[in-house]
Ligand binder design. Structure first.
Ligand SMILES: *[C@@H]1O[C@H](CO)[C@@H](O)[C@H](O)[C@H]1NC(C)=O
Ligand SMILES: *[C@@H]1O[C@H](CO)[C@@H](O)[C@H](O)[C@H]1NC(C)=O
Ligand SMILES: *[C@@H]1O[C@H](CO)[C@@H](O)[C@H](O)[C@H]1NC(C)=O
Ligand SMILES: [Ca+2]
Ligand SMILES: [Ca+2]
Length: 349
C-alpha cells in the first residue's frame, strides 16, 4: 500500500555505505581487500538480477491468469452484486459487470465480504474543492452556482444521469445506473481517503457501516425513489421536517469515532449510530445524507452532504459547510480533515 525503497535498493545503499565507511575508517585497507569486496558485490548483484527476471516472469504469468479470471466475469448476467454472489457463487471483492432492466451493461465494484457480501457500489460523493461554493465538481449539489431561481435542484440525487468510473470513485464523483435500476433493501457506506486505489478501499476506510432493517423497501428500493418521496430541494419547510433516520451496524468504527469525525459544535446536535436522509437546515436548504448520524438540530450543513437547489450562499457544495471554522480544524463547526478529505461511497444490497 505504501511504496518504500525496495529491498534490493536498500541492499545497494547498505553496501555503498559500508564501502565508504571502510575507506574512511581504515585507511590501511589494501587494494586487494577492496577488489575482493567489490567482486563479491558483483556476484551478489548477478544473482539478484537472475532472481529479478524470474520474479518478473512469475508476475507476468500470475497477472495473465488473474486477468483471464477477471475478464471471465464479463459473461455473468445479473442486475446487482447480490445476484452475482447468489447466481455465480462469487465471494471476491472487485469489479463486476451488471446489466440494467433495459439491458445496459456497466461495471462497478462489488463488496462480497461485508456481512455476507453482495453489496453494489452505486455512487460516491467526493469534495474536490471545499472552498468552492457550488462550483465545478459539486455534482451532488450544483455546478452552476447557487441559484435562487432553481430552488428545486432537480439534480443528480433524483435523476437518471450517470457519471464517473468505479475505479475513480475516491478521486471524483461517481454515479452508475445501479443507483436507480437496482431494487434494494439496505445500504452500506464507506468513507475512503481521497485517491485510494480500489484494492485498498476496505482497509483504508475511516468509517464503514451498513443498515440491516431493510428500510429501502419502504422507499421504493433505491435512493432515486426515496428522494422522489422526500424531495431534496430548497424551501421544503421547517428543519424538523426531515426524512428518515435509519439505525446502522458498524463494520469499521463506532459511535464514539463517528462523533469525533465532525466538529465539536456539531456533536451537540446529532446522535451517532444512524444514517439520515433529506435533512433540512435553518436556511431551509435540504441536505441529502447525514452519514453516521441522526440530526437533532438544524445546522445540518456542517455534518450532512449533498443536496439540491438553493443554499445559503456561504454553504453551497458537496460537503456544504464542513470547513466553517477553519479547514480540518475540528474546532467549532468544522469537521475533521479525515472526514473532509475522504470520499463517501454508497452501496446497495
Ligand atoms: C518463480 O516460480 C517458480 C515456479 O513456480 C519458483 O520455483 C520460483 O521460486 C519463483 N521465483 C521467484 C523469484 O519467485
Ligand atoms: C475462463 O472461462 C473459460 C471459458 O469459459 C474457461 O475455460 C476457463 O477455465 C476460465 N478461466 C478462469 C481462470 O476462470
Ligand atoms: C449532475 O451531474 C452532471 C454530470 O457531471 C453535471 O453536468 C450536472 O451539473 C450535475 N447536476 C447538478 C445539479 O449539479
Ligand atoms: Ca463532488
Ligand atoms: Ca465544493
Amino acid at each position: 500500500m505504501f511504496y518504500g525503497p525496495n529491498p534490493r535498493d536498500m541492499l545497494y545503499l547498505t553496501l555503498l555505505f559500508s564501502v565508504v565507511l571502510v575507506l574512511v575508517e581504515d585507511a590501511s585497507l589494501t587494494t586487494l581487500q577492496i577488489e575482493n569486496f567489490i567482486s563479491e558485490n558483483e556476484e551478489l548483484a548477478h544473482t539478484e538480477a537472475i532472481r529479478d527476471v524470474e520474479m518478473t516472469q512469475n508476475l507476468t504469468r500470475t497477472n495473465f491468469e488473474h486477468l483471464v479470471k477477471l475478464s471471465n466475469r464479463s459473461s455473468y448476467v445479473a442486475r446487482s452484486c447480490k445476484e452475482i454472489r447468489d447466481r455465480y457463487n462469487e465471494h471476491e471483492d472487485g469489479l463486476y459487470y451488471l446489466t440494467t432492466a433495459n439491458g445496459m451493461v456497466y461495471q462497478t465494484f462489488c463488496d462480497m465480504t461485508t456481512a455476507g457480501g453482495g453489496w453494489t457500489l452505486v455512487s460516491s460523493v467526493h469534495e474536490n474543492n471545499i472552498h468552492g461554493r457550488c462550483t465545478v465538481g459539486d455534482r451532488w449539489t450544483s455546478q452552476q452556482g447557487n441559484d435562487a431561481n432553481l430552488p428545486d435542484g432537480d439534480g443528480n440525487w433524483s435523476n437518471r444521469n450517470t457519471f464517473g468510473a468505479a475505479e475513480g470513485a475516491t478521486s471524483d464523483d461517481y454515479k452508475n445506473p445501479g443507483y436507480y435500476d437496482i431494487v434494494a433493501e439496505d445500504m452500506s457506506v464507506w468513507h475512503v481517503p481521497n485517491n485510494f486505489p480500489l484494492q485498498h478501499w476496505n482497509m483504508a476506510a475511516i468509517l464503514r457501516y451498513h443498515t440491516d432493517n431493510h428500510f429501502l423497501r419502504l422507499y421504493g428500493g433505491n435512493l432515486l425513489e426515496l428522494f422522489k418521496q422526500y424531495q431534496v430541494r430548497y424551501n421544503v419547510g421547517s428543519c424538523m421536517n426531515r426524512g428518515p433516520a435509519v439505525p446502522i451496524v458498524y463494520d469499521h468504527g463506532d459511535r464514539e469515532s463517528t462523533k469525533m469525525l465532525y466538529g465539536p459544535s456539531a456533536r451537540a446536535e446529532f446522535e451517532p449510530g444512524f444514517i439520515t436522509f433529506r435533512a433540512i437546515n435553518n436556511e431551509r436548504a435540504a441536505m441529502a445524507i447525514c452519514s453516521g448520524v441522526k440530526a437533532t438540530g438544524c445546522n445540518t450543513e456542517h455534518y450532512c452532504i449533498g443536496g439540491g437547489g438553493y443554499f445559503d450562499p456561504i454553504q453551497c457544495g458537496d460537503f456544504p459547510s464542513f470547513e466553517y471554522d477553519k479547514l480540518g480544524g475540528q474546532q467549532g463547526w468544522s469537521a475533521s480533515r479525515e472526514m473532509t478529505e475522504a470520499a463517501v461511497l454508497l452501496f446497495y444490497r
